[in-house]
Design a binder for this molecule. Structure first.
Ligand SMILES: CC(C)(COP(=O)(O)OP(=O)(O)OC[C@H]1O[C@@H](n2cnc3c(N)ncnc32)[C@H](O)[C@@H]1OP(=O)(O)O)[C@@H](O)C(=O)NCCC(=O)NCCS
Length: 342
């Protein structure tokens, strides 16, 4: 009866007007089995959309899940049913753009739980669906209600620290995927896909709808929409252009075993085993001189024509200033000891 694209039940926060601010889903599901979909739709009484389930509905759901062998999910429902905080269930029959906070958070959870890869779920309009929030030591607070809450905390002599003001929270407050190291957790937003074996150093950053296949070393910026293949190293301070602003519409990705040198910049997608010299910024329109194995120029082309090609080494000739492209003879090997996450 019910082929669901995704189902999740979670607990969240609301503002004083009863509007959702954020939702934590402990175990979001992608394409759940039809039996599970049937149980959910029957117990909650809706085919799609979102619902704040009553105690009776939660009890019915828990019992049906237990009865059909979904004991782990049943246990989660039992825990949520005991919560004094607002609980919400989201049922999506199709991969549609998120139109509410619970739906937006579900999509971001799907990415960070590694259920879908960047660009693998429709995030159209997610900015509009989410609210700007003060993420504080007392939890999520609607930015409009922050001054009152700050005054109230001061009057009560209680500390209220605002850690950041953003529509997206940090990923690790919602999920810590296995096998990762993240030096500064505030630099990875919920909605990032952080593959197993990824290390994000202090200067590293991963936006939502972006990420790494794993294993990877990230010491630079992985902008929204960007995906890094296995074994790729984004060097210190390196920047990968995103597509959210600035007019660029080429989705940037890197294949396996690429190296972006320290402070390099990338504005075209790369294939496998490519290297960008430290400090060199390549944009789609950069004129590149192609060199053969004898380092002789064979022609010129725009970098966009090299998009997605493998085994390239880009450098800026330190004598002439010309951007050159050679065959990359030595692809990067991640240092196994340095990159281990156990
Ligand atoms: C681009 C890069 C990979 C080249 O390294 P490499 O392949 O080891 O090259 P080498 O430095 O051995 O140089 C090879 C030859 O090219 C020449 N060469 C290198 N870079 C050049 C440049 N920018 N302009 C002109 N010649 C250059 C060298 O002088 C050398 O010439 P030779 O064969 O006559 O001796 C390296 O300079 C680099 O930028 N690495 C990035 C490392 C990094 O930032 N890691 C992340 C840390 S956080």
């Amino acid at each position: 009866m019910s082929n669901l694209y995704s189902f999740a039940i979670g607990v969240g926060s609301k503002n004083s007007k009863g509007e959702w601010l954020e939702v934590f889903y402990p175990a979001p599901l992608l394409n759940p089995e039809q039996t599970l979909g049937d149980i959910v739709t029957l117990s909650l009484g809706i085919e799609s959309g979102e619902i704040e389930p009553s105690t009776e509905q939660l009890a019915a759901l828990q019992s049906a899940l237990n009865h059909n062998g979904y004991s782990e999910l049943a246990q989660t429902i039992e825990q949520l049913a005991a919560s004094s905080r607002p609980v919400v269930a989201v049922l999506m029959t199709d991969d549609l753009p998120p139109v509410s906070v619970p739906q937006g958070y579900l999509k971001l959870h799907l990415l960070s739980h590694r259920l879908v890869k960047p660009h693998g779920t429709d995030l159209t309009g997610v900015f509009g669906a989410l609210k700007n929030i003060a993420w504080t030591s007392a939890g999520a607070i609607d930015i409009e209600e922050l001054p009152d809450r700050q005054l109230a905390a001061r009057m009560a002599g209680q500390p209220l620290t605002v850690n950041c003001v953003d529509k997206f929270p940090k990923m690790v407050d919602y999920v810590v995927p296995n096998g990762v190291r993240i030096a500064d957790t505030s630099r990875v937003r919920l909605g990032a896909y952080v593959g197993e074996g990824t290390t994000v150093m202090h200067e590293g950053f991963i936006n939502f709808n972006a990420g790494t296949e794993g294993p990877n070393m990230i010491e630079g910026r992985v902008s929204a929409g960007v995906f890094c293949g296995a074994g790729t190293d984004v060097g210190g301070g390196a920047s990968i252009m995103g597509t959210l602003s600035g007019g660029g519409n080429m989705v940037i990705s890197m294949g396996e075993k690429c190296l972006l040198g320290a402070n390099a910049g990338l504005g075209i997608p790369l294939g496998d085993r490519c290297t960008l010299e430290s400090g060199l910024y390549i944009t789609a329109g950069t004129i590149v001189t192609m060199l053969d194995d004898q380092k002789q120029a064979t022609g010129k082309m725009k970098a966009r024509e090299l998009a997605g090609k493998s085994d390239l080494l880009f450098r800026r000739n330190s004598v002439t200033g010309t951007v050159e492209c050679l065959t990359n003879k030595s692809a990067v090997e991640l240092n196994a000891e340095l990159h281990a996450s156990n």
